[in-house]
Ligand binder design. Sequence first.
Ligand SMILES: NC(=O)c1ccc[n+]([C@@H]2O[C@H](COP(=O)([O-])OP(=O)(O)OC[C@H]3O[C@@H](n4cnc5c(N)ncnc54)[C@H](OP(=O)(O)O)[C@@H]3O)[C@@H](O)[C@H]2O)c1
Length: 264
Amino acid sequence: MDLGLDGKIAVVTGASKGIGLAIAIALVAEGVHVVAGSRSGSPELEALIRDGKAHALAVDLGSPDGPGRLVDLALAECGRVDILVNNVGAATPRTTGFLNVTDEQWAHSVNLNLMAAVRTTRAALPSMLAAGSGCVVNIASINANLPDPGVIDYGAAKAALVNVTKALSKEFGPRGIRVNSVSAGPVATDLWLGDGGVAQTLAAATGSDPAAVADGAAANAVTGRFTRPEEVADLAVFLASDRRAGNVTGANFTIDGGYTTETH
Ligand SMILES: NC(=O)c1ccc[n+]([C@@H]2O[C@H](COP(=O)([O-])OP(=O)(O)OC[C@H]3O[C@@H](n4cnc5c(N)ncnc54)[C@H](OP(=O)(O)O)[C@@H]3O)[C@@H](O)[C@H]2O)c1
């Protein structure tokens, strides 16, 4: 399937590893030049840069000016932004309940999972509006629709991100901009399986083993497994294609192996 993405310019946040890196690699494979933002780099991202397929900025996207600086790099190096993937985010299990989640923890979750996307979108939209076309893909979570006290602040921030996705699609759709979100269930990345990730944190809190926690999460999916980051990337890249997804906007796509049992 020709997605018609060759020569496009994409900004991808949180692109050094995990889902963001998979999206960057998948976009490059379609001929897209990627401008990647994360605090640190990775060998895989360095390889894309070495091949002339990507630029990267070392940036804290949780800082108020970080998102703007990333978009500025894209505009300076590439002249425009056609595609924005708001992927950066983080989840910390709240293992001792709502009453122990502090204002600082709430603010951190809302800042990274919602405000980073708001700020990056605000910075990128003028370029898209000038071109009369553009596409934003927001990486949300099934917790946007599955309220869970164990990730209460994360779920609330992702719910807000899905809400903002819809609102933006209404405001900017008539001017050629499509905005969609992808709500993933457990994905095999460091967020879940790495050092200090969800599996380790929950295991430490319950006196269990991280592998057993991960197996339990996998078993909650009808498919019995975690989603692979490359599978999330395929969905995001499809949504980025005006040629193939040109009438898809304001939509939230679930990719969770059937983890979610209700329809929405
Ligand atoms: N994994 C899952 O199960 C899952 C499920 C649903 C949704 N999601 C969502 O998918 C997105 C990506 O998650 P992931 O699993 O790929 O996470 P990950 O493996 O932890 O990767 C996170 C990426 O974001 C970057 N990052 C984190 N904090 C940053 C900051 N303050 N400033 C700039 N970059 C930052 C990291 O690079 P640096 O550390 O170098 O900055 C890394 O590139 C998140 O929005 C997450 O909520 C994940």
